[in-house]
Design a protein around this ligand. Sequence first.
Ligand SMILES: Nc1ncnc2c1ncn2[C@@H]1O[C@H](COP(=O)(O)OP(=O)(O)O)[C@@H](O)[C@H]1O
Ligand SMILES: [Mg+2]
Length: 267
Amino acid sequence: MAPIICVEHLRKVYRVGKEKVIALNDVNLAIEPGEICCIVGPSGSGKSTLLNQLAGLEKPTKGSVHIGKHEISAMSENQLAKFRQAHLGFIFQSYNLLPNLTAAENVALPLMFKGVPRKKRLEMAKAELKRMGLGKRANHKPTEMSGGQQQRVGIARAFVAKPKVIFADEPTGNLDSSTTRQVLYRMLTMAKENNITFVMVTHERDLADVADRVITIRDGMVESNILLDEQEKAKKQAELFKDILESKQEAPPEPQTTVPADSITDE
Ligand SMILES: Nc1ncnc2c1ncn2[C@@H]1O[C@H](COP(=O)(O)OP(=O)(O)O)[C@@H](O)[C@H]1O
Ligand SMILES: [Mg+2]
């Protein structure tokens, strides 16, 4: 299968006054469609910088990033903004919810960019919140919710328009360990159910054990890039999500409402 994300000779240099910080130095990697990929490595190794280049939030100094057939590293700011709205989702450590909007209005935002009418998008946002266990919080403002709840709103917002790729930078960084596992479980399940490629930065090594691929970054370079063994991964997931899987009632699946899919490669 052709990779959905392809990075070649990626270099990122920041200038701070007269100093040069080489944050990424000749990074090469490929991620397959539908993969759960974790980027790990020590603090300051370049994980966030890499994610920002992959997601088109920053311009590389050298090298290229392709998503599908699109070279996002060559796009103008305007093209990038449109591409991100059409095909990508983001989950941030600090949630980044708009404080004056309700949970449902926050979740509905990506659908507005896709031209879904207001009534329909609020319906879809509420259904997504319900899937995240937040059906009763749809009309609450972010300040009226706990960190874990706010992050679930952030996840619902990233998934609601079913983008091709979702990027997450330390999405559980501000959460306790039980909430972390809940949130991680939701993200993995939703990504797998919708065949969404999911790229997550984490410094918690044990969280990476449930991914399909683990890329370790050190000093701005790829130290290792490993596809995990299916059986080993299933065992790790069963361990990490034990209490969630045990407490899960066999509830009937929610009917899924979807936006018309627009292909990442057909434009
Ligand atoms: N906007 C920036 N300006 C200058 N230096 C930066 C900037 N962003 C990151 N860096 C530097 O690049 C290196 C990698 O940072 P980062 O990607 O944030 O690491 P990580 O996410 O792995 O902790 C660090 O040395 C950091 O100080
Ligand atoms: Mg970081």
